[in-house]
Write a protein of this length. Structure first.
Length: 228
């Protein structure tokens, strides 16, 4: 017959020990502030191993610990400073606004660079195409000078359609007698002194120049009148 204690329980039956609950949550759920770890509370399992009296007790961890995958690890340093009272909400909002403005400016600069590069590539591709048409345009200019493009003729109609097509692509011609000579866009094939000019001036255009937007497709070949 088993012995019974005054409470009516069998004295041979092992007593049920209450688990020891250690709250390792870094954020206090009641105050919302960051907790500072207490001395000697870093590792509950080591305490149980070193203390024989705790070997039979059950240790229960509540919440994620620092460095784990829990809620605390999702917070930034600024968020933790705000929760701990080291930073105000206005300071944190100002920092977030500065970050947003910086990212917005970087994205705007990126878009400008991308659009500029896209326009340069577009002009280059069209320029490569229209270069094959420049000899035809030169022939039309020569024919016009010799009076072969009579108004209303089939030849004149075809010439007008071709010139209109290349103009829609953005190709424009330049170079005319009387223009100031610019070595950046003109190629001087001959110079002739003249008392009628005080600066280098285009006297005659031997070959028309063409440009596509800001890109020079072909420089104009000209005769230059220089001061005598």
């Amino acid at each position: 017959m088993s012995d019974q204690n005054p409470n009516g329980q069998d004295s041979n039956e092992p007593e049920h020990e209450e688990p020891i609950i250690r709250d390792k949550r870094r954020i206090d759920p009641e105050t919302g502030k960051v907790r500072q770890p207490a001395d000697g509370a870093e590792d509950a399992s080591s305490d149980a191993a070193s203390d024989p009296d705790l070997a039979h007790e059950e240790l229960v961890d509540v919440g994620p610990t620092e460095g784990g995958d829990g809620f605390a690890s999702l917070l930034s340093d600024d968020d933790l400073d705000l929760l701990s009272g080291q930073a105000t909400a206005d300071q944190l909002a100002a920092e977030r606004l500065a970050d947003l403005q910086r990212v917005t400016a970087e994205y705007a600069n990126y878009r400008k660079r991308t659009e500029a590069n896209r326009e340069v590539e577009r002009e280059r591709a069209i320029g490569d195409t229209v270069k094959g048409l420049l000899p035809v345009l030169d022939d039309l200019d020569r024919a016009e000078k010799h009076g072969d493009l009579e108004e209303g003729s089939a030849f004149a109609t075809i010439a007008a359609k071709l010139r209109t097509t290349v103009e829609r692509l953005g190709l424009t011609s330049y170079g005319a007698a009387g223009d100031p000579f610019d070595p950046q866009i003109h190629e001087a094939i001959f110079q002739q002194p003249s008392a009628d000019v005080t600066a280098d001036t285009v006297a005659d255009v031997v070959e028309t120049g063409y440009q596509l937007g800001s890109t020079i497709v072909r420089v104009a070949k000209v005769v230059v009148a220089v001061p005598a």
